[in-house]
Design a protein around this ligand. Structure first.
Ligand code: HPA
Length: 266
């Protein structure tokens, strides 16, 4: 069984932290998903680049359900995802990883559930703690061990994209309590919870958000910042895999309660 999944966001396209990589095609109700499987220090892990190997898929077109279902089918219990974000909080600076603990959803056109077909039931999943606290704590400890600058919590604003925000939007998001802004954590985090997997986002700050940054924003700037900090993300993910306990002690594995587990006979 592959119990750990890594979803690579912008700038993280290669499973280079894993050895003995093989490519698997996982067949799901949402399409065939290509996943790389390998291992690090004897632990098997799956790697999936969210935007495709060549960043061909924009945030609003990512097959979020296919990706999460493919990992679920491989047996993945815990997902560590990366994502580039702009910062609204002057204390969250480029190069820092924010282990976000809350999100505010401003996406517009994304399916956020596996339960939308007749006969499959209706699920209203709890989002009190959307990102697994145990996993966040584990990553925070790993960050300390490998000296990667990290903020232990933060509120993620998820926009529909693919455009960047206006300064007026950023002012509004900031007034609402948003601290970083990105385009992909929702619905990934929601679907992971429906799939009863632990999930956390390593939000890498690549820039200050529109109107806070003195410059106009470009994707090239985001990519450049990711390239600069890629080694830190890799180190952090490897340490996280290395220190991950075998069994889970959180509630993510029973998120559906009496409904039973997705993909396992429901
Ligand atoms: N806004 C939205 N998404 C982002 C940003 C941003 O400023 N930077 C990196 N991803």
């Amino acid at each position: 069984m592959v119990k750990i999944g890594i979803i690579g966001g912008t700038g993280v396209y290669d499973p280079e932290m894993l050895d003995g990589i093989s490519e698997e095609q996982v067949n799901t109700d949402y399409g065939n998903i290509k996943v790389m499987v390998g291992e690090y220090k004897g632990v098997r892990a799956a790697f999936l680049p969210r935007h495709g190997a060549d960043h061909a898929v924009p945030p609003h077109k990512v097959n979020y359900r296919g990706n999460i279902m493919a990992l679920k089918k491989l047996g993945v219990e815990r997902v560590v995802a990366t994502g580039a974000v702009g910062s609204l909080n002057l204390e969250m600076i480029p190069g820092e990883v924010v282990l976000v603990d809350q999100f505010i959803d401003f996406t517009k056109n994304r399916i956020q559930t596996f339960y939308d077909t007749p006969g499959n039931g209706v699920v209203h999943i709890d989002m009190t703690e959307p990102y697994c606290n145990d996993l966040r704590k584990l990553v925070a400890a790993a960050a300390e061990a490998v000296a990667v600058p990290v903020k232990g919590k933060g509120t993620y604003i998820c926009t529909e994209g693919p455009r960047f925000e206006t300064p007026a939007e950023i002012k509004m998001y900031s007034a609402l309590g948003g601290e970083v802004v990105g385009m992909t954590s929702v619905p990934e985090v929601v679907l992971a919870r429906e799939a009863e997997m632990c999930y956390c986002t390593l939000a890498m700050v690549t820039n200050f958000a529109a109107g806070i940054s003195p410059n106009l924003l470009t994707h090239a700037e985001v990519l450049e910042a990711m390239e600069k900090n890629h080694a830190n993300l890799k180190k952090l993910i490897m340490k996280t895999i290395e220190t991950m306990p075998g069994e889970r002690n959180c509630r993510c594995g029973q998120a559906l309660g009496e409904l039973g587990s997705l993909g396992q006979g429901k």
